[in-house]
Write a protein that binds this ligand. Structure first.
Ligand SMILES: Cc1cc2nc3c(=O)[nH]c(=O)nc-3n(C[C@H](O)[C@H](O)[C@H](O)COP(=O)(O)O)c2cc1C
Length: 141
């Protein structure tokens, strides 16, 4: 198994409906393929963690990289994993506060996401997730 995390820049015209479509296909496809993880969105950037069979995660990641609803995908973690951190989440979305700009219309902040993280989240992953909240705008070429 492997665990992979990336950060990307959301398409500037991303709407609530795009987010719903992303989440629908993520939950369906990850569920079929036994991939789990989290997807954070702060109005500007995504941070996603994917975990599962190494070749399955690589295949899903290559689709994600090509997705036009975001750009500038930068891998921030790629590590072997002997067990899952998020066994119960085929893809858990968390909308976190935007430090710059606003959330797309109709998007609601997720309540208590950080407080509700599974206790088994290791420190290096917890740092990504808590630090993302305070990240200011990142733009990638
Ligand atoms: C930020 C972001 C996160 C995504 N996460 C996933 C994911 O975890 N799993 C997945 O299968 N597709 C994910 N997608 C969607 C894929 O890029 C692609 O649209 C999808 O795999 C196509 O599947 P479908 O044709 O079955 O709907 C994500 C897309 C974006 C923009």
């Amino acid at each position: 198994m492997k665990r992979l995390a990336y950060i990307s820049a959301a398409s500037p015209d991303l709407e609530l409906a795009d987010m719903e479509a992303i989440l629908d296909s993520a939950i369906r496809r990850n569920g079929e393929r036994d991939v789990t993880g989290v997807l954070l969105f702060n109005g500007l950037n995504f941070l996603q963690i994917l975990e599962g069979d190494a070749s399955t995660v690589a295949d899903i990641y290559s689709r994600i990289i090509a997705d036009k609803r975001h750009s500038g995908v930068v891998t921030i973690l790629d590590e072997p994993a002997d067990k899952r951190i998020f066994p119960n989440w085929s893809m858990q979305l968390a909308i976190v506060p935007a430090s710059v700009g606003t959330l797309p219309a109709g998007m609601q902040l997720s309540k208590n996401f950080l407080e509700g993280l599974p206790p088994a989240v290791p420190d290096h992953i917890r740092l990504f997730l808590t630090g993302f909240n305070s990240m200011s705008r990142l733009e990638f070429a």
